[in-house]
Design a protein around this ligand. Structure first.
Ligand SMILES: Cc1cc2nc3c(=O)[nH]c(=O)nc-3n(C[C@H](O)[C@H](O)[C@H](O)COP(=O)(O)O)c2cc1C
Length: 209
């Protein structure tokens, strides 16, 4: 009897840990009023953010625009060379670092640490945004991928995702700036990246101050 009770408690404790480590996002609302050309007209880099947090709906909309699935065959909002789908986006904020898993529309926790300072590096303003997105390419997704830095295709693919983030931020009333500056060594360790994975760009995201 004791054994059964212990097993039940153990399973319940594991389930609660799993629930904390996976956060489902709401279905992204795609009925955005701003047109693409209005977003292009307004796009700009913003480096001053207010304290206001980004709610789960806005985050879900932003991540879907960045690298979400937009077709039944699993293809994405951003193009990738040879449909390698080499890009992953990490959401870094006060409550830790999370991997966006598009097919689940969920965040999977990869670190309990607040990595916004490592992302900001020598640009202090970047750590004041409530969310920082890190765009990572994986050389292993390309045939003959090497580990000597990111591939050209991976760098280009990152640029598409970054532009999607830029335009989606405008459409959602959010503020951002694409950045190449970041402490890549710390991020590689804390995001548990493989030698094939390279952080290329990041986006602090918040509301304009
Ligand atoms: C590849 C790339 C890397 C960038 N890196 C940084 C950066 O590390 N820090 C920063 O403050 N801005 C960075 N920027 C933003 C540019 O400085 C900005 O886009 C440029 O000054 C033009 O301003 P705008 O975006 O408002 O048109 C980067 C932009 C790109 C495209």
């Amino acid at each position: 009897m004791k054994k059964i009770l212990f097993s039940v408690c153990f399973i319940m404790a594991s389930m609660s840990v799993m629930a904390q480590d996976v956060k489902r996002l709401p279905e992204p609302d795609k009925n955005i009023k701003m047109t693409l050309f209005q977003a292009l007209q307004q796009r700009k880099s913003v480096r001053e953010y207010s304290d206001k947090d980004i709610d789960d709906m806005k985050l879900s909309q932003l991540l879907w625009a960045a690298v979400g699935i937009n077709r039944p065959d699993g293809r994405l909002t951003s193009p990738t060379a040879i449909n390698a789908q080499d890009i992953t986006v990490y959401v870094c904020r006060k409550d830790g670092a999370w991997l966006y898993v598009a097919k689940e529309n969920a965040l999977h926790k990869v670190s309990d640490k607040d990595l916004r300072q490592a992302i900001a590096a020598n640009q202090k303003f970047a750590a004041t945004a409530p969310v920082s997105l890190v765009i990572v390419t994986d050389n292993a997704k390309f045939r003959g991928g090497s580990t000597n830095g990111p591939s050209i295709s991976g760098a280009i693919d990152s640029g598409y995702v970054s532009q999607n983030i830029d335009l989606a931020c405008e459409a959602l009333g959010l503020a951002t700036v694409p950045r190449a500056t970041m402490d890549k060594e710390t991020l590689k360790k804390e995001l548990k990246l493989t030698d094939d994975q390279h952080a290329i760009l990041n986006h602090p995201v918040g509301y304009k101050k």
